[in-house]
Write a protein that binds this ligand. Structure first.
Ligand code: GLA
Length: 336
């Protein structure tokens, strides 16, 4: 046993109580396997997949809430907040949504009707429990001058598909907070496009309350400067900011190495320094940032252990595979 495991381990969410909520993405397996860790260190959860369209309404009118309800019950039992993720996205949305019974593309009105049904049913079910929803996920195109990603939502409904989603959600639960969520949110070019979209929504009085920065980052990218600029730019719209899917990959995006069975000491050291700097920055913006959610909780389970290199292990979190605090954890909690 090292000295560090013998000293008392502070609760991450208690340390950050005065700053922002500390969240984790979960699924029905991790609320079992990581139960103690989650209950101790996190005061907010997000369903990793179980509230996406394909999970909640795999067939028209046939809603399957079992797993989502299990996660919501876990949050209630542990007095955690819950973020909802996600109502409108180009991925993990079943094909039936965009087709009529002859397999033809639905009309704008039909699609808006289906969307309204879905959003109303889902948002009302968790009214009073889910305090905040990622309403639209990843609508902005990564590269080039065009603003919008090409999706069936855009093709069939048109550009107002985004504001309509916020309006349906707000009508279903006027007390909840509604966010626009995206990745590569700190990249200068994409940042300006996200800003432009969100500003247009704010200018039109669309019920949007915040911007979700997914924050799938690594040891070097994005730069702290770009993160800071992104935070300031989005916050200048007067909206709340959430980091919604934070993880710090030990690999650069183009790094295809797949032979490491454990992280190198150098990776862990760089990761600890990176977390130190990132949380230092986040604390500076505590007036705007109200929630920081990791896309997982500990290194025994992360989507990055399959992406972008299939089968490659990654170690992106503050807790190791045995749920013990890493140096990264100590850097994040020891700042007073
Ligand atoms: C995006 C989505 C998440 C999740 C991750 C990968 O960031 O918003 O729901 O699917 O990709 O796991």
């Amino acid at each position: 046993m090292t000295t560090k495991t013998r000293v008392e381990i502070p609760s991450l969410q208690k340390v950050y109580e005065k700053y922002f909520n500390i969240g984790a993405a979960v699924n029905p397996r991790t609320i079992e396997s990581q139960q103690d860790l989650l209950a101790t260190h996190f005061n907010s959860i997000t369903a990793e997949n179980d509230m996406k369209f394909e999970r909640l309404q795999p067939e028209e009118g046939h809603f399957t809430f079992g797993k989502a309800d299990t996660l919501a019950a876990f949050a209630r039992e542990n007095r955690m907040k819950m973020r909802g993720h996600t109502l409108v996205w180009h991925n993990q949305t079943p094909a039936w949504v965009f087709q009529d019974s002859n397999g033809e593309m639905v009309t704008r009105d039909q699609l808006l009707h289906r969307r309204k049904e879905h959003i109303t049913t889902v948002v009302q079910r968790y009214k009073g429990q889910i305090y905040c929803w990622d309403v639209v996920n990843e609508a902005i195109k990564d590269e080039g001058p065009e603003l919008f990603r090409e999706t069936k939502w855009l093709e069939i409904i048109g550009e107002d598909y985004i504001e309509k989603a916020f309006e349906f959600a707000h009508a279903a639960d006027p007390d909840a907070l509604f966010f626009y969520n995206d990745y590569n949110e700190s990249d200068p070019q994409k940042r300006e496009k996200i800003y432009k979209l969100v500003k247009s929504l704010v200018d039109k009085d669309v019920p949007i309350h915040g911007v979700g920065l997914q924050a799938h980052w690594n040891l070097v990218n994005p730069s702290l400067k770009d993160i800071r600029t992104a935070i300031e730019r989005y916050a200048s719209l007067g909206l709340k900011l959430h980091l919604t899917e934070l993880d710090v990959s030990v690999f650069n995006f183009g790094d295809k190495r797949a032979d490491l069975m454990e992280p190198t000491p150098e990776m862990l050291e760089l990761q600890a320094e990176r977390y130190h700097q990132v949380f230092h920055l986040l604390r500076e913006y505590q007036d705007s940032i109200t929630s920081v959610t990791f896309w997982g909780a500990a290194d025994d389970y992360s989507w990055l252990s399959n992406f972008p290199v299939k089968g490659r292990k990654n170690w992106p979190f503050l807790f190791d595979e045995n749920h013990q605090p890493k140096d990264s954890f100590w850097k994040v909690v020891q700042f007073l």
